[in-house]
Design a protein around this ligand. Structure first.
Ligand code: ZN
Length: 266
């Protein structure tokens, strides 16, 4: 009985891996003659990109979009900030993101840690500077739960929101990584089915399910974070659905939909 259940799970795991390859999401469609996006991924710590956003990074780089990464701390909670900063650059080599397109902040008011509250206006200012300096037209970040509920991840989300509310730049698309429940979080590629359904049931164009076409690369990228590459993170990267699939939801459109819903209720 247990053997049958295990065999079914293994079958589902591999069927999920195979099923997503032919799919081509319409996220940031760009034909031969269309302009490629200049995207900015905003994260809190070195390793967030490899642990949570690798399907998004692979999608963008494999389709020729220009990806920049803004990491808002060096991840110095254990005093390894300088090492972790270098590890991020190494991971970005794996993802084929040039070093000059990766910026790591080490601001006294933005230090890694559970108890450290990050000021949203300060974050907004830093993000705006980066957007203007790099000519960014797409911003991608955590949602308001931040995958793990880490307060730094959540503050980064609200920093991006503050930036979107205050900036004079109106032509910026913003996307958040949808946090899933714990069952989905550890279901590996099997989560593809639920993520696809979520994207299909969302208002047109407001959510996209991006599959990782090269999960092995995510594993290699994460292994560049040597100081973090301990057994439980190896397990996490193997079983985490974020290694295989990212669901991105439009921040602006969601607000519009919510506002519309509220108006209808009144
Ligand atoms: Zn983090």
């Amino acid at each position: 009985m247990w053997l049958l259940a295990l065999a079914s799970l293994v079958f589902l795991w591999f069927a999920s891996l195979i099923a997503y390859f032919p799919r081509k999401p319409a996220f940031l469609i760009s034909g031969e003659n269309a302009n490629k996006s200049n995207a900015l991924l905003v994260i809190a710590h070195p390793d967030d990109e490899s642990m949570f956003f690798s399907p998004t990074i692979s999608f963008l780089t494999s389709r020729g979009h220009n990806l920049h990464i803004l990491c808002l701390s060096v991840g110095d909670a254990d005093g390894k900030g300088n090492i972790r900063k270098e590890e991020l650059y190494q991971a970005c080599v794996t993802f084929k993101v040039p070093r000059q397109q990766v910026k790591v902040m080490d601001h006294p008011d933005l230090q890694d840690g559970f108890g450290n509250k990050w000021n949203h206006n300060l974050l907004s200012k830093i993000i705006e500077e980066e957007v203007l300096a790099r000519g960014i037209n797409v911003v991608i970040t955590f949602d308001d739960y931040g995958v793990s509920g880490h307060c730094n991840h959540r503050d980064v989300h609200f920093g991006v929101r503050t930036f979107l509310q205050e900036t004079a730049q109106r032509d910026i698309e913003a996307w958040e990584l949808v946090s899933t429940n714990i069952l989905r979080k550890y279901s590996g590629p099997v989560d593809f089915w639920i993520s696809m359904l979520f994207a299909l049931l969302s208002p047109t164009g407001s959510a996209h399910c991006l599959m990782n076409e090269n999960p092995r690369r995510s594993f290699i990228a994460m292994s560049q974070h040597s100081s973090q590459w301990v057994w439980f993170r190896k397990l996490f990267v193997s079983f985490s659905s974020y290694t295989y699939v990212n669901t991105l939801r439009s921040i602006d459109r969601l607000e519009q939909v919510q506002r519309k819903g509220n108006d209808q209720e009144l």
